[in-house]
Design a protein around this ligand. Sequence first.
Ligand code: UD1
Length: 423
Amino acid sequence: MPTLSIEGRRQLRGHIRVSGAKNAVLKLMAASLLTREPCVIRNVPYIGDVLNMIEVLEGLGARCQLDGDVLYIEARDLHPEAPRDAVRRMRASIQVMGPLLGRLGEVKIAQPGGCAIGARPVDLHLAGLRALGAVIDERHGYIHGRAAKLQGAEIHLDLPSVGATENLMMAAAVADGETVIRNAAREPEIIEVQNFINCMGGRVRGAGTDTIRIRGVAGPLGGVDYTVIPDRIEAGTLAVCAAVCGGDVTLSPVIIEHMEIVAAKLVEAGAGVEVNGETLRVFGDGVLKPLHIRSQPYPGFPTDMQPQVVAMLTRALGTSIVTETIYSSRFKHVDELRRMGADITVDGRVAVVRGPCRLSGARVEASDLRAAAALVVAGLAAEGETVIEGLEHLDRGYEDLAGKLAAVGAKIVRRVPTEAAVP
Ligand code: UD1
C-alpha cells in the first residue's frame, strides 16, 4: 500500500489553489438524477469519493464522464437499485434516495456501512422521506423505498442533519405541493444544493437558514451547468498546516464567510491571518497559543476540522480543550498522535491537549479522512520522518494534498512500493 513520508519542521511559503468542495459536489451529483437532461458540474475535485459516486450513478444507469475538473452526467434511463459495493464504501451514497424516490418512485439501497467516527444512523433521512409519503422497508441489510407520488409535508428534524436536509430537499423538489423543513442544517453546501435545484427549474428557498421551503414542480426538471464552491475544509486544513509550520502561505479561491470561525480560531492561536477578496493568507513563526474548541453545526466550528486542529494544538504553548459534539467517537487520531509524542487525554467527548509537545516522526496509520489530515499536520510539525499508512482515507477527500504542500516547501513524498522482484 502507498505511504506518505514527511520530514517535518519546514516553513511553508507560496500559493496553493483550493479545490472544489467535496461535500457539495457529491450532493450535486446525486441531484443530477432528478433530470433526464444532461448536467455539467465544474470545479470537481479529483478525489476518491467523487470516483465512488460516479460508480454509484453509473450503477443506477446514468452516464458520467469526468474531463479534468468538469463532470458530465446524463441520467436518461435509471433503475432503482444502487450498486451495493460502491454504496457500502461511502456513506454519502445515501443521498441518491431522495432523487430516486422523486424521479422513479422507488429506490433500493444497501444500509450504509459502519463508520470509524461513531454510529451514523440514517433514521432522520428515512423519517423525512416517510413524511413525504414514501413507504420504507428495512430488511436483509437493504432499505427499500416506494412512493406512487411524493407529497409535500411539514418536517421537523430532531437535529440539523446535513445529509437528511439535502436528501429531503431533493425529494421535495419534485413532490406535489409545498414542503417545509424546520431545524434544517445551515451548511454552505446546503445552499449549493438549493442553487443547483433552482438552476434545474426547481423552487427552493431558505437554505442557509433553519427553515427551508420547497415548492414541488409538476413538470420535469431541466439540465444545468454549475460551478461548485471552494472546499472550506480543504482550505482550513491547508491553513492549519501553514499555521503550524510558520512561513507565509496564500490560499485561493476561498469564500471567507464559510471559514470565519476557523480563521478566528487561527488568529486566537496567534497565527497571522489576512483576507483579500478570495485569498486567505496565513503567516507567522509557528509559535501558537492554546485554544478552547467545541465542534458544532454550521456556523459553529466544523467537526471536520477538529482532528487537524487537535494535531496543531499539540504544538501550542499551554493546555487546550477540544469538545466534539457531533460524533460519538471522533478521537481515533489521538492514539496515533500519542505515538508521535503528543500529550493528549480523552474523556468521552473531550480531549485535553497539553502543549507544547515535542513531536517526533513515527509510523502511523490513518483511520478516516480527517484523521489522515491530522496526521499530515502532525508530520509537518514533527522532528524526523513520519510515515503515514492508510492513504486511501486521505485520497477519498483531498486532491493531491501532498503535491500541494510540497509545492510550498514541505518535504513530503508519496511512496508506492515497487512490486516484489519475481525470482
Ligand atoms: C456531513 C458531511 C460530513 C460532516 C457532517 C457534519 C458530507 C458527505 N459529509 O455528513 O463530512 O462531518 O456533515 O458536518 O457532506 N444523525 C442521526 N440520524 C440521521 C442523520 C444524522 O442521528 O439520520 C447524526 C449523525 O450520526 C451525526 C450527526 O447527526 O452524529 C450529524 O450528521 P449529519 O449532519 O447527518 O452528517 P452527514 O450528512 O452524514
